[in-house]
Design a protein around this ligand. Sequence first.
Ligand code: MN
Length: 490
Amino acid sequence: MEKEFWFVVGSQFLYGPEVLETVAARAAEMAETMSAGGILPWRLVYKATVKTDGEITAIMKQANMDDSCAGVVTWCHTFSPSKMWIHGLGLLQKPWCHMATQYNRKIPNEEIDMDFMNLNQAAHGDREHGFIGARMRLPRKVIAGYWQDAALQQELAGWMRAAIGCAFSKELKIVRFGDNMREVAVTEGDKVETHIKLGWQVDYWPVGHLVETMDAVTEEEIDAQMAQYADRYDMATDDIATVRYQAREEVAMRKILKREGAQAFINNFQDLYGMEQLPGLASQNMMADGIGYGGEGDWKVAGMTAIMKAMAAGLEGGTLFMEDYTYDLEPGKEVSLGAHMLEVCPSIAAERPRIEVHPLGIGDRQPPARLVFEGKAGAGIVVSLIDMGGRLRLVIQDIEVIKPILDMPNLPVARVMWKPAPSLLEGVKCWISAGGAHHTVLSTALNAQIMKDWAEMMGIECVHINANTTLEEFKKELFWNDIAWKLRNL
Ligand code: MN
């Protein structure tokens, strides 16, 4: 997304105009230097050194109104009395990061006097600034460190990615080509609640409308789509007609998504009236371009896939719709095998994917073309958004994606193997206790902290299963959260 972040620096008139000029010049220098440093994925733009209630209120209103602003970063170079921030922060509707830093790295032994102390008192000012955030119970990210250090900039970069996910979420539209799979519980959810909390417009378009659109696709449009397939993948089938049918499906689905301004879609193998194949290759190739997808009508995982792909822009690693399938339970070496019957995004591919055609045991349609590949190893997360009834819960688990321990020559789908934290068995107990779905977004680009920041921005519950998690403590957290969120939603 084309966005920028605003840097707003707190001060007051107490120290005279020279100090304020110095603060403004340094803040502009800091924003420019950090933006040019290669770590921040979006620009940090210095906006103002604010001294009054009126100035703070005005800049926060501007931040709300300006679509290019994805979030506000504040810092207090000097002391900035926080009563004058109450009105502005109360109005702010964009994500807020409080960056506790200071212009100088070291305390200069010879130079330090009371003038220096008046100018360089971020340790003092940031505490006053922090109090009002706490007192107002505002969601905010607090980061701390020296502004030129990579560690601090990486923290800010992660928060920026979460804020981009927040902006993307508020504009997200999802097209449902069908309802969710019959009798399945975890793919259900309150679409109005999700619209209110996350901003998603989740609309149904009949499969018949998709089929009409497919029928209107021209041979030239199919040729162009086939050329893209040839460019991206190896054609490992002679059944070109079947691949061309996937191209027809893809062109039609893209047309409808574009017309609706949608960035994600779902379908359901139980609802393919008038279609000859379940979209496999078509869905996979759309995901490769950042479009979110969910199988069996799972619009929540489709939305999360699209959002997380936007958050991961420019990063190494894959971000994709995934499904837990089966385990290898050799003691001490337990791993989980994830796949989907067709629709695994090639952003995780360790090799150039192959287009293959194989029968599909479900859906009662012709054998579909699909991409087959092995997942690339790396540290990552799996994420599941579930509807707890009255609130949404985001379940995050740290994982280690490994090179598959088997060739699996007779499994004609893309496949990924991983080890969940803290261990497969303890991790499975925690995941199941939290109600995490079998559908997830797997990412080797993002980390849990970014997703936790996103959940805080969106005002939803979040639990994180990691190397330090024990089932005993985790169950207490789930129990306490249940009470806390009921109180919060009163
Ligand atoms: Mn599934």
